[in-house]
Design a protein around this ligand. Structure first.
Ligand SMILES: NC(=O)c1ccc[n+]([C@@H]2O[C@H](COP(=O)([O-])OP(=O)(O)OC[C@H]3O[C@@H](n4cnc5c(N)ncnc54)[C@H](O)[C@@H]3O)[C@@H](O)[C@H]2O)c1
Ligand SMILES: [Zn+2]
Length: 534
């Protein structure tokens, strides 16, 4: 969802005329807070002012504004005094692209002559306007993302200028992105609403003019595949598409072989590009196919799950599962770009969304306290996919991984921190026979590792409680269910991939935003913590 556009300015500055023109140009709905108040109160504004006073009117105005901001991105015209209330200013600051339509007083007086129902102007409108302007100017200026001087412009010209600036800003904030730099390649990681539309432009900039080979799973292909193909064809690209069956059980060499057959028989060439559209399964598998076919061709990751956006799509680990275990076959192959259009998350079932956020919370706990605090603050909004906050937090969670990976492409040093919650998480995941989602198991694993750290005196009880609170805000499990056999989990921890010389290397938090690695955690302590997690 895109930001609301809200027009502020003195009476007569043209808000009501310009708003519908902007709305029309962006294909949005348009509302007017004054109209909403009149409709709801069933009487004119002058009447409300006369009988109940300004404070009562401002309260109605706050209600009308809040109700409008709850809806899908709108264009909102407001009453001139909307900035007089601090509640309104806070709402606008947090939720809108604010445009101040500025006009000189003589123009306003002229425009207002034709109008009635302007309660605060009285007998000497010029004088009243001047006073009002003096009081409100600093408030408008402080709130405005864009200021337009309207005196010599037609409403259509003003609307065009708003649309142009707004679109540019949206694009710029989305394209700022994050950069991953590794010896294996440097690339941008971009997350935000509507970014898919920029794919042709990125292909062009990256010099990827060959055929595009779209790989997705049957679920995501059915939902979003046509759109991607159409978009690329509209921009002159040749696109081929291939669906793999949906599900982790198909992340295998057999599926890879099918993809090789498709690519090679249709004549894939070195300069072509694989587009991996989907969650982590598609990203890992298509990435591996791209890493190996013709000894490696370009891949662009188009993640469509929260998990893939903040975690699996970046970092360059690709691969498939083997009967002996998950992710045992693979290759490092960095993508040329990670482009996450957060609008595509709308079709993702909510438990999948929540599970993906577990990895973002993990990034907060081990290395980014501000991200953690903002996830706590905005949990409900991101679960509802409110924008721009969802794109922003996904981008920041991805940025944390990008920083870690940039310093440590092949997991020799700090990259192991990303394994926080995964030692027990993986064991629980296997033990649940994959009935629990990966992110859900990571949440449980984070609670276990956090409790271990707390018992070792590394992590405070308060911080542990905070971690639990945020996981729960996202609807993630924080306890072990009865059906998980603790003895089995203990055995599996011993067989974890990250065991070094038979000692388990534990990633343990020391505070929210920092972690350390320890290999001297007594197994009795782990056992105790697991029993307590029931
Ligand atoms: N390479 C790495 O560094 C790395 C890191 C973490 C995880 N992984 C791997 O990622 C995989 C898990 O990824 P995941 O959680 O994204 O699972 P997934 O790819 O299986 O996707 C989950 C489900 O959501 C569906 N789906 C995806 N996007 C959708 C959308 N927009 N709308 C509707 N449905 C959608 C999929 O079809 C699937 O059924 C695992 O295989 C794991 O090993 C890899
Ligand atoms: Zn994970």
């Amino acid at each position: 969802m895109q930001q609301h556009i809200v027009l502020v300015g003195l009476s007569g500055s043209g808000k009501t005329t310009v708003a519908p023109l902007i709305a029309q140009s962006l294909g949005r709905r348009c509302v007017d807070t004054d109209t909403d108040i009149v409709v709801k109160a069933q009487r004119p504004i002058a009447d409300i002012f006369a009988r109940e006073g300004e404070a009562a009117f401002r309260a109605l105005e706050t209600q009308a504004l809040a109700a409008a901001l709850e809806q899908q991105s709108l264009v909102i015209a407001t009453g001139g005094g909307i900035v007089e209330s601090s509640a309104n200013r806070e709402l606008l600051r947090a939720n809108a692209f604010v445009v101040w339509l500025h006009a000189r007083t003589p123009s306003l007086v002229e425009r207002l002559q034709a109008m009635t129902d302007r309660p605060l102007l009285g007998d000497n409108p010029e004088d009243a306007l001047q006073k009002m302007a003096a009081r409100r100017t600093p408030l408008y200026a402080d709130l405005a993302d864009l200021i337009i001087t309207t005196d010599d412009q037609s409403p259509q010209q003003i609307a065009d200028e708003v649309v142009r600036t707004y679109s540019m800003r949206q694009q710029r904030s989305a394209s700022a992105g994050v950069q991953v730099s590794t010896p294996g390649g440097s690339y941008a990681v971009l997350a935000g609403p509507g970014l898919l539309d920029s794919l042709p432009q990125h292909l062009h900039q990256l010099g990827l003019r060959g055929r595009a080979w779209l790989i997705s799973d049957t679920t995501v292909m059915a939902l979003h595949g046509d759109r991607v193909q159409q978009l690329l064809r509209d921009h002159g690209h040749t696109v081929e598409a291939y669906s793999i069956p949906t599900g982790e059980q198909y992340k295998t060499l057999d599926t890879v072989r099918g993809a090789y057959d498709w690519l090679l028989r249709a004549g894939v060439e070195r300069g072509d590009v694989v587009l991996a559209l989907g969650g982590g399964v598609v990203g890992d598998l298509a990435g591996f196919v791209a890493a190996t076919v013709l000894r490696g061709i370009a891949v662009i990751q188009l993640p469509t799950t929260v998990l893939a956006t903040v975690d699996s799509a970046l970092g360059g680990k690709t691969g498939v599962d083997h009967a002996v275990g998950k992710n045992l076959i693979g290759a490092f192959h960095q993508p040329r770009l990670v482009l996450a259009d957060t609008n595509l998350l709308a079709t993702l079932p909510s438990p999948e969304r929540a599970a993906g956020w577990a990895e973002a919370i993990k990034h907060g706990v081990i290395g980014d306290a501000a991200l953690f605090a903002d996830l706590r603050q905005s949990a409900a909004d991101v679960l509802a996919l409110e924008e721009p906050i969802t794109g922003e937090l996904l981008q920041r969670a991805a940025a944390y991984k990008a920083r870690v990976v940039s310093g440590d492409e092949r997991e020799q040093g700090t990259r192991i921190l990303l394994n926080y919650g995964h030692t027990i998480g993986h064991a629980v995941e296997t033990e649940s026979a994959y009935t629990l989602r990966h992110g859900e198991c990571v949440a449980i694993g984070m609670m276990a590792a956090g409790a271990i750290a707390q018992r070792l005196g590394l992590f405070s009880s308060a911080a542990l409680a905070e971690q639990q609170a945020v996981l729960e805000l996202f609807g993630l499990p924080t306890r072990l269910s009865e059906s998980i056999d603790i003895e089995q989990v203990m055995t599996r921890i011993g067989s974890d991939k990250k065991v070094r010389a038979k000692r388990v290397r534990w990633v343990l938090p020391t505070e929210i935003g920092a972690a350390t690695i320890r290999d001297d955690v007594p197994l009795d302590l782990v056992m105790d913590v697991l029993s307590d997690l029931r």
